[in-house]
Design a protein around this ligand. Sequence first.
Ligand code: FPP
Length: 253
Amino acid sequence: MGIFDWAKGGKKPKAAQTDRPVPRHIAVIMDGNGRWAKKRGLPRQMGHKTGAETFRTIATYCRDIGVKYFTVYAFSTENWKRPQDEVDALMNLFRAYLTEAAETMVARGVAVRIIGDLSVLPDDLKQQIADVHALADTLGPDAATASLCINYGGRDEIKNAVRAIAREAAEGRLDPETITEDDISARLYTARMPDPDLIIRPSGEIRISNFLLWQSAYAEYYFTDVLWPDFSTADMDAAIDDFNRRNRRFGGV
Ligand code: FPP
């Protein structure tokens, strides 16, 4: 039994449920890792390590049930304020995951993408991300996509889009009077993907914490008290079933 099996009580994920509609794009704020570790008397890093394993399980499950886009908040623009050893541990988890993604992505058929202001990341991580993106580009537009938001902030993303638009307008390439919402969407990190349909936040917190601010205009939210490292495929099923019971009107009647 591996370390993650004992951590989760040795539960096996149940078979993928494929007989119902699923959201095209599900996003998750992976919260509660620290509390999960504290409850067990473990260092916070163990919560993140187990949370990374939960990400693998849930991303795979989403692919299996036909979710085309799965996006997670892995590190915010504010998370640099955490103790250095915690930041280092998270960066090492990203390194390990990117190594694995580079080796397995083509066989799994899932394009892995990293979203955020990547300019300040360590050089080796930037190189790994460039390599993984180059591989993702070979998979074609129909591949399922798993996106990790790293050094991501919704306001920071919008600010960068505004700067890009202002630059283009100053250079005469864009007419300020004709700027559309699509022009703004096209300059966000998520330019290539549809807006999220369902945003899940575990751990009992009920706020959006600067996540996908522009893109979440019509998203359905789902909150649960389960801590992210404990989040199971059954929890994902419950979130999707709840989503399927909602009546999305997009401002209509
Ligand atoms: C918030 O929980 C979680 C984070 C800041 C980090 C999330 C990152 C991971 C799960 C690892 C991702 C790695 C890969 C490879 C996908 P918290 O630490 O704020 O928890 P707390 O509120 O209980 O303290």
